[in-house]
Design a protein around this ligand. Structure first.
Ligand SMILES: Nc1nc2c(ncn2[C@@H]2O[C@H](COP(=O)(O)OP(=O)(O)OP(=O)(O)O)[C@@H](O)[C@H]2O)c(=O)[nH]1
Ligand SMILES: [Mg+2]
Length: 278
C-alpha cells in the first residue's frame, strides 16, 4: 500500500463559557460579580518526529478533535484550558489546505511544529464587565467555537531504501521477498505504476522502509514518457535523498537472465547486507 498521502480533518476544542455569578456571603452585602472566564479550547498541533517514517496512522484515523475548555465558575474560578492534540508526523511532511491546495508548511526539520486548527477562546465571566457605573453586570461571553480544517499530508521521503531499476528487472519481486508487502508482479514491463512500500525487519527489532519504484526508462529524468502513461514524472519519487539512502540497482533488461517461472521454486532470500540500512 502506498502511504505517501493522507487527508485528515482537525477540529479545535470549543472555548468554555464565561460564568454569571455574584458573591453571596453572610455579612458581605452586595458582594459584587465574581463569574470566572471559560478556559480556551485545545488546538491541533502537527510535529515532525524522526521516529515516524510513514503516514500509516492517518489512514486508520482521519478525524481529530482537541478538548474543549471548561466553563468558568463562581468565586472568579477560571475554567481549565482544553488539552492540545499533538499529531506526530514524519520529518519531510508537506501540509496543504485540502480545498484550496494552499501550502501551509513543510515540516522538514525534526521538532518543527504547525498549529493547524486552533481552539476557540474562552468567554469572559461577568466579573470582567464590572465598571464604576455598572457594578452588578449580568453580561458574560460564550466561548468561541474551535476552527475546523481539512488538510492533506504529503510525505516527500517515502522510504529509507528505494529500489531503482529498469522495467521488469525484478524490483517488485525483491520487495515481496524481504517484506510483507504484496506488490503486483508480472512478466512484462511497467507492472508497477506507482510506488509500493514495505517494512523490512532485520536483527532483533530493527526495521526500515523499502520502496518499490516504477521502472525507469531511458531519458526519464529529461521527461521522456511511455505509452502506458509513465515517464515525465518517472523517477520523481526519488528526491531529497538522505545520506543513509541506498539504491539497489536491479540491472537492465538486456543483461537480465531468462525469466524465472513459478515452477522454479521460491527465490533465494537476499543476503542480510542487502537489507542493511547503516
Ligand atoms: N530469472 C529471474 N526472474 C526473476 C527474478 N526476479 C523476478 N523475476 C521475474 O521477473 C518478472 C518481473 O518481475 P517484477 O518483480 O514484476 O519486476 P519489476 O522490476 O517490478 O517490473 P516493473 O514493475 O514492471 O518495472 C516476473 O515474472 C518475476 O517472476 C530473478 O531473480 N530471476
Ligand atoms: Mg514492479
Amino acid at each position: 500500500m502506498l502511504m505517501d498521502t493522507a487527508t485528515i480533518v482537525l477540529r479545535g476544542g470549543n472555548g468554555g463559557n464565561g460564568c454569571l455569578s455574584f458573591r453571596r456571603e453572610k455579612f458581605v452585602p452586595r458582594g459584587g460579580p465574581n463569574g470566572g472566564d471559560g478556559g480556551n479550547g485545545g488546538s491541533n498541533i502537527l510535529e515532525a518526529c524522526e521516529g515516524r517514517c510513514t503516514l500509516l496512522d492517518f489512514h486508520y484515523r482521519r478525524h481529530y478533535k482537541a478538548e474543549s475548555g471548561k466553563h468558568g465558575g463562581g468565586s472568579n474560578k477560571k475554567g481549565r484550558d482544553g488539552e492540545d492534540v499533538l499529531l506526530k508526523v514524519p520529518v519531510g511532511t508537506f501540509v496543504r489546505e485540502h480545498e484550496s491546495g494552499e501550502i501551509l508548511a513543510d515540516l522538514d526539520e525534526p521538532g518543527a511544529r504547525l498549529v493547524v486548527a486552533r481552539g476557540g477562546r474562552g468567554g469572559r465571566g461577568n466579573a470582567r464587565f464590572a465598571t464604576s457605573t455598572d457594578q452588578a453586570p449580568r453580561r458574560f461571553d460564550e466561548g468561541g467555537g474551535g476552527e475546523e480544517r481539512t488538510i492533506d499530508l504529503e510525505l516527500k521521503l517515502l522510504a529509507d531504501v528505494g529500489i531503482v531499476g529498469a522495467p521488469n528487472a525484478g524490483k517488485s519481486t525483491l520487495l515481496s521477498k524481504v517484506s510483507a508487502a504484496r506488490p503486483k508482479i508480472g512478466n512484462f514491463p511497467f507492472t508497477t505504476l506507482s510506488p509500493v512500500l514495505g517494512l523490512v525487519r532485520y536483527g532483533t527489532g530493527g526495521s526500515f522502509v523499502m520502496a518499490d519504484l516504477p521502472g525507469l526508462i531511458e531519458g526519464a529524468h529529461e521527461g521522456a514518457s511511455h505509452p502506458l502513461g509513465r515517464g515525465g514524472r518517472a523517477g520523481g519519487e526519488v528526491r531529497d535523498p538522505h545520506p543513509r539512502d541506498h539504491a539497489v540497482r536491479s540491472g537492465s533488461l538486456r543483461e537480465a537472465p531468462a525469466r524465472r517461472s513459478e515452477q522454479d521454486g521460491p527465490l533465494r532470500r537476499p543476503r542480510e547486507r542487502c537489507a542493511g540500512s547503516s
